[in-house]
Ligand binder design. Structure first.
Ligand SMILES: C[S@@+](CC[C@H](N)C(=O)[O-])C[C@H]1O[C@@H](n2cnc3c(N)ncnc32)[C@H](O)[C@@H]1O
Length: 469
């Protein structure tokens, strides 16, 4: 028996040897590909070395990042903050008031136990057990019932305080979570211009808007008139000891009658401008402007070794310059007396308060910061609000600053000239391309008309060298 085993082993080992030496002759065709994936000893050693090098580089980049922020901003808080940033964000979701009540109730039941997010005015939920929310179901009209989002992001829409009939510009809108949150505050008389320069991200934005907002023309029966399932009884949890949103709470929401029409959503226009392009949206135009600016995105950065390896303080500086250009244009687009909310998901003050202070100091018209306060997060020296995951219930980072544009008149010839703020990236070709790319959800004709006008305006501004309106 032993000798049989030994012989078998010998045969196996000899076959293995043959296989390794002359695999393509010995192995059946199907197995050749498999063999090709077996790394040689040398290759696996090299891979091991490479992995070790990469791990070392990541550790070094993490250290550079942590030391930078420890020195610049957070001091001894930094290790705890890094630990919180490296964890998944606390799960968050809000219910879409344009979907049918019964689908929202079913969603909450399926996701029990969920807790109402304290201090967030939209019906939004989190889970203490850290489990993610399950997929949002379409109602009988095909409208999805819940959107998954970091609850801190909802505070940006809340700070904007949209009124039902307002015209709102979301300058950097894709993939659309905040536009959708804003839409919850608006009625049929309101409008959102949701803009994003990236074609692929704009496609996601268009998908989100059409999946969550019923068509204005072809609304089918099924939604509820008031549109807030939570009003029926899901309790608001106090900060320290949240009350779970139980199945009973969810069931206490008003039952769907099926006789109501879904609420009419606001008009949505989706545009593709480079929002640093002065005048692209028209000056003094919108009641509210949200600028959720591209930023360092530090929570994602810490989880992406490739990006982290490229990180350095220079990146913060470059972001801050672009953010200032965008904020100047956001303030230009707001009507006198209108509100602008500036937000980022960056840690650095340089991308947050400092950007606001820098733009305010050089604006050719008055604007003021309106101090913010929410149930979670912390105030910043300028009156902004910063949600950081170590103290912000696991949400964030999210920085928010609310500004109101002054109503006093500005002499013609000065308005719109921000060359003293930051060089404005103004390219007529970009404007024309953006006009071509403009797609509309709900108002095609208005969209192309408006966008062309803006493109022409941008062209004029460009021809005059980034000049005046
Ligand atoms: C932080 S993300 C916006 C997230 C979005 N507000 C949301 O809640 O889903 C920033 C967006 O800005 C866009 N962006 C970057 N530079 C831009 C520019 N110059 N003009 C317009 N959009 C820009 C990016 O494509 C990106 O989608």
């Amino acid at each position: 028996m032993l000798s049989v085993l030994a012989r078998g082993g010998l045969i196996l080992s000899r076959q293995w040897h043959i296989a390794r030496c002359d695999a393509h002759l010995w192995l059946a065709p199907g197995l050749r590909a498999f063999h090709a994936t077996i790394p040689s000893k040398k290759a696996s050693k090299n891979a091991e070395k490479r992995a070790k090098k990469e791990a070392e580089a990541t550790r070094a980049a993490q250290k550079l990042f942590a030391v930078h922020f420890e020195r610049e901003q957070f001091g001894s808080r930094m290790p705890g903050l890094v630990e919180a940033l490296e964890k998944d964000s606390a799960p968050g979701a809000f219910l879409n008031r344009y979907s049918a009540t019964e689908t929202r109730i079913a969603y909450l039941i399926n996701n029990a136990p969920a807790e109402r997010c304290v201090g967030v005015s939209l019906p939004s939920f989190t889970k203490r057990d850290g489990r993610v929310f399950t997929g949002a179901q379409p109602d009988r009209n095909g409208t999805l019932c819940a959107y998954h989002i970091d609850a801190a992001s909802l505070l940006a829409a809340q700070a904007l305080e949209p009124k039902p009939d307002d015209s709102v510009l979301d300058m950097c809108a894709a993939p659309g979570g905040k536009s959708l949150a804003i839409a919850q505050f608006l009625s049929a008389g309101g409008s959102i211009t949701a803009n994003d320069v990236s074609p692929s991200r704009r496609k996601r934005l268009a998908d989100v808007m059409s999946l969550y907002l019923p068509s204005r023309d072809k609304r089918r029966r099924g939604g509820d008139a008031e549109g807030d399932a939570c009003a029926g009884g899901v309790t608001v949890c106090p900060r320290e000891a949240p009350t779970p949103a139980t199945v009973a709470d969810a069931s206490a929401a008003p039952p769907a009658t099926g006789d109501w029409e879904a609420p009419v959503p606001p008009t949505v226009r989706i545009t593709g401008f480079d929002a640093t392009m002065q005048g692209a949206f028209g000056s003094d135009t919108f009641d509210r402007v949200l600028l959720d600016a591209p930023c360092s995105s530090d929570r994602h950065l810490l989880r992406d070794p490739e990006e982290l390896a490229k990180w350095g303080p220079g990146r913060i500086k470059a972001n801050a310059a672009r953010q200032a250009a965008l904020l100047a244009c956001a303030l230009d687009a707001a009507r006198p007396g209108g509100t602008v909310v500036y937000s980022t998901c960056a840690l650095s003050n340089r991308e947050n308060d400092d950007v606001v202070a820098r733009v305010l100091a050089r604006l050719p018209f008055p604007a003021v910061v309106v101090p913010l306060a929410f149930a979670f997060g912390e105030a910043t020296p300028l009156g902004g609000w910063h949600v950081l995951p170590d103290t912000g219930l696991g949400f964030g980072p999210l920085y928010i600053c609310k500004l109101v544009k002054g109503t006093s008149t500005v002499p013609r010839g000065i308005r719109g000239d921000y060359s003293n703020v930051v060089p404005v990236a103004c390219a007529a070709e970009t404007a024309v391309r953006a006009a071509e790319r403009c797609t509309a959800a709900g108002a095609g004709a208005a969209c192309s008309r408006e966008t062309n006008t803006s493109a022409e305006r941008a062209q004029r501004v460009h021809t005059r060298g980034g000049g005046t309106e």
